[in-house]
Design a protein around this ligand. Structure first.
Ligand SMILES: [Zn+2]
Length: 281
């Protein structure tokens, strides 16, 4: 009898412990994946290619340093593909080695917009100097590759509201062909709070000719996010932000047809689709 109790006791204990253990095991299995969630693999112009690499060595693509992340499945190069990239065979470099990958074709639709302020479509000669200076300022951030922070690529949406699928659209403004749309527009009434999608450091703020009141956040290793047309900016350069930190409010500054947030994501100096960094919930 005592023997039976002794045998049964551990069994009962085991049965009671199963749900907890299963939960613990699930958490242990999922945690590394949750902790280092990667953007969605979408090897098209304006997308991101997730390429297995043998180790966390210095990877480059078209001369730009590339973010590498490691999870329980191995090490991966996370390559931002510019909208201007040609579909076909490409390669990343790992030291002297070349690793090939294919950029697939994707046809972005054309969007026709009417801008009331014609000067924002065809800027005056005196505007061009300002535009060039602002472009240099933004490009120096997009080209940067800081290594003090390993980026969290599992973003939260910076703003509640309907997310348009306008990334990559070819644009015709007042009948004139312009650069494709390099971010995501989120419709919202003016004044709504805009949040940091992940930890980062404010790399630039400014009032730009096309982008209006703008914030650029450096998340580390060439991952930069951009917030445009803001009404107010609540952060300063070098501020350290957490996921969800308030950074500004929705506005209609710069070249817009109405209040909205233009949200841009840049990876290794390629403007990529922000949707790839949001989980599907
Ligand atoms: Zn936009």
């Amino acid at each position: 009898m005592l023997g039976l109790v002794l045998v049964l006791f551990p069994l009962t204990l085991k049965i009671f412990m199963i749900p907890k253990l299963t939960l613990l095991m699930l958490v242990m299995i999922l945690y590394p994946l949750m902790g280092l969630a990667m953007p969605a693999h979408s090897p098209v112009p304006g997308g991101v290619a997730i390429i297995p690499v043998s180790m966390l060595e210095k990877i480059t693509f078209n001369g730009n340093p590339i973010l590498t992340l490691k999870n329980n499945k191995g090490a991966f190069a996370i390559v931002g593909i510019p909208l201007s990239a040609k579909p076909g065979n490409h390669e990343i470099r790992a030291g002297k080695n070349k690793i090939g990958f294919t950029i697939e074709n994707y046809e972005y639709q054309t969007q026709y917009l009417t801008i009331q302020n014609q000067r924002q479509v065809s800027p005056l000669p005196e505007d061009l100097k300002r535009i060039a200076r602002e472009r240099r300022e933004m490009n120096s951030v997009f080209r940067s590759f800081t290594t003090t922070m390993i980026p969290d690529t599992n973003f939260i949406a910076p703003l509640k509201g309907p997310r348009s699928s306008s990334f990559g659209l070819r644009r015709v403004l007042n009948g004139q062909s312009r650069n494709p749309h390099s971010g995501m527009d989120i419709a919202s009434p003016e004044g709504m709070p805009v949040l940091a999608p992940a930890k980062g450091i404010v790399a630039a703020t400014g009032n730009y000719f096309f982008n209006g009141n703008t914030i650029l956040i450096d998340h580390g290793h060439g991952l930069i996010t951009m917030y445009c047309h803001l009404k107010n900016i609540h952060v300063d350069i070098n501020d350290h932000l957490n996921k969800g930190s308030l950074i500004g409010s929705v506005g209609k500054t710069g070249r817009v047809t109405g209040p909205h947030l233009h949200w841009g994501v840049s990876l290794n100096n390629a403007r990529v689709n922000p949707e790839l960094f949001l989980s599907n919930d």
